[in-house]
Design a protein around this ligand. Structure first.
Ligand code: NAD
Length: 478
């Protein structure tokens, strides 16, 4: 028996949660339910996070959280509960299966059945942003080895557990050689432990185009946070049934399961909403807590009900559907079908029935790290890079010299092009004259002289080598 935390949410939330729980209990799910209140009422009572501390305590105690959609009130100041939950509970993996239900739900891709596995905690979503000059703002893209290892391993373990044949990785490592490069490298490293699973890497742009055009070419796709955010919506949309998809957010200790749609306030209280999205989330939850036999039973009853043409209003189609059902009527129809298998769709088989167990991340031995230079970023409103080189060149001495200036990553000195458009945000790269390592005191001295010369330094980024490998990007055109 597993105790789960349930939040009935707002709008259609309570109706679809009641329908979902009724189906789970009828199927014999071994769960106890402990309810918490989150969402609109909590927000409007003055709690900008939308959740009280006592609810956090319950969620952290039970570790498994089934959440109906909530309404985030209009107006500023309210924090997204989903983002807060993911970050606080360390839910590093987002899993979204996207399957077409042709011919019952209209789609251009009748044979699509993919799972998008998205890293959920880092990348540009670390939310570290700064304005540095009049013209330039930045957002730090942080990719960590533990982050990559956890999500990539999760994707392979998922594929193994659910008998998926292939894992594809999407990155843009032809451009972001350090960040996306690490993700791709970890994919190749960990992939070696799963030789029975086909594996491939696509550059995200052509991969995304292929996904939108020929989704049947993919099976499981793993990717960093931002790409996964965008493409998991694309994938759900092209199945034709964005309202029917569920998602799981998995952490080392806790996990949250939900529908991907919102609280549909206009449909609230009418017993017309489709509970399928939340039910799909709940099926993932059953698999996660090791009740795969029940998950399989519910999924097959759901598929059977859809193919019998018993549909809620949102997917009801004259000529295809047979019966228009209410939220509770649809739940009844699924309950009647418990124990039956689909005849048109592939039967769901969740063999094994063991929850995914991933080893905890082990920190690697430290590498030999050497400081070999520094990039000093400067706010300067001039336009001629040669003029800046003269000005900032004064920082050079017989040990340290200016080697390059870039603007938005493009080399503009030495030998820049007059056609290159320059902003007021310049990166000036300093290295030691004789190729030896740099000393942090030399950086402090560079900054001291810059201050003395009236140069507006915004920040520095140290240039390191790890085990002799230069671990920073070159200037574009360098
Ligand atoms: P929505 O997903 O609630 O609705 C989009 C459209 O789909 C509407 O026409 C709606 O009636 C329909 N729809 C959605 N789910 C349905 C279902 N189960 N059955 C039948 N029809 C369904 O998106 P929205 O209108 O942009 O947002 C409404 C509220 O939901 C907002 O307050 C938003 O912040 C919130 N929201 C919450 C979550 C969440 O809690 N995870 C996610 C997205 C949006």
């Amino acid at each position: 028996m597993t105790t789960i935390t349930v939040a009935k949410g707002d709008g259609i939330g309570p109706e679809i949660m009641d329908a979902t729980l009724r189906i789970l209990f009828a199927a014999g799910a071994k769960i106890n339910v402990e309810e918490v209140e989150v969402g609109e009422k909590v927000y409007l009572a003055g709690n900008t996070a939308g959740i009280a501390k006592s609810s956090w305590d319950i969620i952290r105690k039970n570790k498994i959280f089934l959440k109906a959609p909530i309404t985030t009130p209009q107006g500023g100041g309210y924090k997204s509960l989903n983002v807060t939950t993911r970050k606080f509970l360390g839910l590093y993996a987002n899993i979204r299966p996207c399957m077409s239900l042709h011919p019952f739900v209209k789609t251009k891709h009748p044979v699509m059945d993919i799972v998008i596995i998205r890293e959920n905690e880092e990348d540009l979503y670390a939310g570290i942003e700064h304005q540095q000059t009049d013209e330039v703002v930045q957002c730090l893209k942080l990719i960590s080895r533990p982050g990559c290892e956890k999500i990539v391993r999760y994707a392979f373990e998922y594929a193994r557990a659910y008998n998926r044949k292939k894992v594809t990785c999407f990155t843009k490592d032809n451009i972001m050689k350090q960040t996306d490069g690490l993700f791709h490298q970890v994919f190749d490293e960990i992939g070696k432990e799963y030789p029975e699973i086909e594996q491939e890497h696509w550059i995200i742009d052509i991969g995304a185009a292929k996904l939108a055009d020929t989704p049947e070419a993919f099976d499981v796709i793993v990717m960093p946070n931002l790409y996964g955010d965008v493409l998991s919506d694309v994938a759900a949309q092209i199945t034709g049934s964005v309202g029917l998809a569920g998602s799981a957010n998995i952490g080392e200790e806790c996990a949250m399961f939900e529908a991907i749609h919102g609280s549909a306030p206009k449909r609230a209280g009418q017993n017309v909403a489709n509970p399928s999205g939340l039910l799909q989330g709940a099926i993932m939850m059953l698999n996660h807590i090791g009740q795969s036999d029940i998950a399989e039973k519910v999924q097959n009853a759901w598929l059977r009900t859809i193919e019998e043409g018993k549909h809620t209003n949102d997917i009801y189609k004259e000529g295809v559907s047979k019966q228009k059902l209410s939220t509770s009527g649809f739940a009844d129809a699924i309950i009647e079908n418990l124990g039956k298998k689909p005849t048109l769709f592939h039967e769901a088989v969740y063999a094994g029935g063991k929850p995914l167990q991933l080893p905890a991340y082990k920190r690697k031995t430290a590498q030999k790290k050497e400081l070999i230079g520094t990039d000093i970023f400067v706010h300067w409103s001039g336009t001629d890079p040669d003029e800046l080189a003269k000005k900032i060149g004064k920082l050079s001495n017989n040990q340290v010299e200016l080697t390059m200036i870039t603007n938005r990553g493009i080399k503009v000195w030495p030998d820049g092009f007059s056609e290159t458009f320059c902003t007021d945000h310049w990166r000036c790269r300093f290295k030691t004259s004789n190729g030896t390592n740099m000393d942090k005191k030399q950086i402090i001295e560079l900054l001291r002289i810059a201050e003395q010369e009236g140069i507006d330094t915004i920040k520095t980024e140290n240039l390191y080598s790890f085990e002799g490998r230069h671990a920073f990007s070159l200037g574009q055109g360098q």
